[in-house]
Design a protein around this ligand. Structure first.
Ligand code: AMP
Ligand code: MG
Length: 339
């Protein structure tokens, strides 16, 4: 299939994308988090197409995107007070709220779970496409399963050209990592995936919020994942990635003494001059928002330069840093070296 390359700036292209979605097609759309692969969330066969295009495991549920709060009521089995307060504080924005689902949600979306995740994105192009299409859109990240999520239309085309109907270019994504996922289907609320809305921000509205252990640790053998996406190796370039924890001087000494063909460093800006291997940077040590913004493209760049072994500097875990750490530790298959 030939994938149409549309532009949010071109007259009529948003309407074209909306029409493809109404007809059950698959469209790559920009959001403030990452590019998503969208289909009409209420059309089961269309949603099944997302799983096929991504090679996504069928047990990994999708997030449903809305452009108006009134669409939410239809998708869930009631909106409790704490959910309303959370939405009032952070929607539209990079946060997904999980609640028991309504009967309208096809099994393809919820992957057999009794719950559904809903998000109201802030990106004007995402909102325009949802509004024009007239349907809520199921949209996971627009990468092939296991690969880093796309943060530009070009990154999305790398994975999806020839596999989907269209991609709408709306420029680079502002946040750069996927949405914060919080479930209110349990009491107390639980953070399943950190993102652009921080744990501290969730606590400011909800009070107690439990951080699921799978945010920073591998799932225990035989234990069921509260969020199925957590159990897969994720966000990974083709190279073997390891996080190297330690002071900058120790990191540099370690990397420089392991300088073999195919070795590369994933480090912070300004550290390249201390390293004797090819370097790709992802933001600065003290700016977690910039790290989040740059991380996925940096992981893709490592493939482009042919890296085989990647030693990554460890991000902090405060604020948005928790989201950066969560993605990087999955890209590294939980391999951490202390130096
Ligand atoms: P993606 O859209 O690629 O960012 O993936 C969506 C993420 O949200 C995955 O990690 C899913 O496991 C998680 N998710 C979506 N719906 C639910 C749900 N109903 N319960 C728990 N996790 C969910
Ligand atoms: Mg994803």
């Amino acid at each position: 299939m030939e994938t149409l390359h549309l532009s949010a700036e071109k007259q009529g292209d948003i309407e074209k994308a909306a029409q493809i979605l109404r007809q059950g097609g698959l469209v790559g759309i920009p959001t403030e988090t990452v590019y998503g692969l969208a289909a009409d969330a209420l059309n089961g066969p269309a949603v099944a197409g997302i799983f096929a295009a991504k090679n996504r495991p069928m047990d990994n549920p999708l997030i449903v995107h809305i452009s108006d709060l009134s669409q939410w009521e239809d998708l869930v089995d009631g909106v409790p007070e704490n959910a309303r307060a959370l939405a009032a504080a952070y929607w539209p924005g990079p946060m997904t709220i999980i609640l028991p689902k309504s009967e309208k949600i096809p099994d393809e979306v919820s992957a057999g779970l009794p719950t559904v995740g809903v998000r109201f994105p802030s990106h004007p192009v995402a909102r325009a496409i949802i509004r024009e299409s007239g349907c809520p859109l199921a949209a996971p990240s627009g990468n092939l399963s296991g690969r880093p999520s796309p943060t530009t239309a070009a990154c999305m085309a790398e994975d999806m050209d020839g596999r989907i109907d269209a991609i709408v270019d709306g420029g680079p994504c502002r946040v750069g990592v996927e949405s914060t996922v919080v479930t209110l289907a349990t009491c107390p609320p639980r953070l399943l995936r950190p993102g652009g809305i921080t744990l501290e921000q969730l606590k400011a509205v909800l009070g107690e919020v439990v951080v699921d252990p799978a945010v920073t640790q591998p799932l225990e053998e035989g234990k069921e994942a509260p969020s199925p996406g957590m159990k897969y190796k994720h966000y990974a370039p083709k190279a073997h990635v390891m996080i190297v924890k330690g002071a900058l001087a120790d990191y540099c000494r370690f990397v420089n003494s392991h300088n073999r063909p195919g070795t590369a460093a994933l480090c912070f800006a300004g550290e390249e001059k201390l390293l004797e291997v090819p370097c790709v940077t992802y933001g600065s040590e003290t700016d977690a928002a910039k790290q989040a913004h740059d991380l996925f493209e940096a992981l893709r760049r490592l493939d482009e330069i042919g890296a085989k072994t990647v030693y990554a500097r460890s991000p902090g875990q405060e604020g948005v840093g928790l989201a950066v750490y969560n993605r990087l530790i999955r890209a590294a298959g939980f391999e951490v070296l202390e130096v």
